[in-house]
Write a protein that binds this ligand. Structure first.
Ligand code: G3P
Length: 220
C-alpha cells in the first residue's frame, strides 16, 4: 500500500519524507488556500517546490469545470514536473478531460468520489487514481470504508487498473481499515500517519527496557 500525504505544507511533507515511508503528495484548492498560496504563478511555483521534494506522484487539482479549461490547465500543470498528476473532479466534463489526459499520457487523479457508479465511470475513462472521500462519506452517516471495499471488488472483478486512493482520512484507524478494504493508496494528514505509531504498551515497554538498562549499568 502506498502512503501519500494530503497537504500543501512543505514542512509536513519534509517530515513525512524523513520517515522514509512517503510515496507521494495530494493537494486540493482548499489545502493550497490554507497555506496562503494564491495567484496562478505562486500556485505553479509551489507545486514545483513540492515536486522537487518528493520523487513520487504529486496531485495538482484543476479549477476549471469545463473540458477545454481542464485540458488547458492540466497541460500547464503537467509541464511542471514528470511526477505531476492532474486532479480532476468526477463531473461530466471531468470524465471527458480524464479520457483526453489518458489518451495523451498524462496521469490523473479523479477526485470527489462518493459512489461506486462514479468509480466505474472514472475507471472506464482511464483514471490513474480514484479518490473516494471516506471521511466525508462517514460524515453523512454512511460507511466510507465499505465504499472502498465495494470499489475494490468491482475493480478486481472487472480488471480495472485504476488505483484506489482512499482520501479524506480522518484518523489512523481509517488508514488501516482502508488498507484492509483494498485501497492501493491512502492520502492522509501527517497526524494520522504518525498516529499509527502510538500504543501505550510500546511506551510502557520502552520505559521498562531503558530503566532496567540504567539500573543494570549503574556504575558500570
Ligand atoms: O484531498 C482530498 C481529501 O483528502 C479532503 O479531505 O478532510 O477535507 O474531507 P477532507
Amino acid at each position: 500500500m502506498k502512503f501519500f500525504i494530503d497537504t500543501a505544507n512543505l514542512d509536513q511533507i519534509k517530515e513525512a519524507k524523513d520517515l522514509g515511508i512517503l510515496d507521494g503528495v495530494t493537494t486540493n484548492p482548499s489545502l493550497m488556500a490554507k497555506e496562503g498560496i494564491v495567484g496562478q504563478d505562486n500556485i505553479l511555483k509551489h507545486y514545483a517546490k513540492i515536486c522537487e521534494l518528493v520523487e513520487g506522484d504529486v496531485s495538482a487539482e484543476v479549477i476549471s469545470t469545463d473540458f477545454d479549461g481542464m485540458v488547458k490547465e492540466g497541460k500547464i500543470l503537467a509541464t511542471i514536473a514528470p511526477n505531476i498528476v492532474v486532479k480532476v473532479p468526477i463531473i461530466k466534463e471531468g470524465v471527458k478531460a480524464i479520457s483526453w489526459f489518458t489518451k495523451n499520457d498524462i496521469k490523473t487523479n479523479c477526485t470527489l468520489v462518493f459512489s461506486v457508479g462514479q468509480a466505474l465511470i472514472a475507471a472506464k475513462a482511464g483514471a490513474t487514481y480514484l479518490s473516494p472521500f471516506i471521511g466525508r462519506v462517514d460524515d453523512t452517516n454512511w460507511d466510507g470504508v465499505q465504499l472502498i471495499s465495494d470499489i475494490a471488488d468491482l475493480y478486481q472483478m472487472q480488471g480495472f487498473m485504476t488505483e484506489i486512493l482512499a482520501a479524506s482520512i480522518r484518523n489512523s484507524k481509517h488508514i488501516v481499515d482502508a488498507g484492509l478494504a483494498g485501497a492501493d493508496v491512502v492520502t492522509c494528514p501527517l497526524s494520522s500517519i504518525t498516529g499509527l505509531l502510538k500504543h501505550p504498551l510500546t511506551d510502557i515497554g520502552l520505559e521498562k527496557f531503558l530503566s532496567d538498562h540504567r539500573k543494570a549499568n549503574a556504575g558500570a
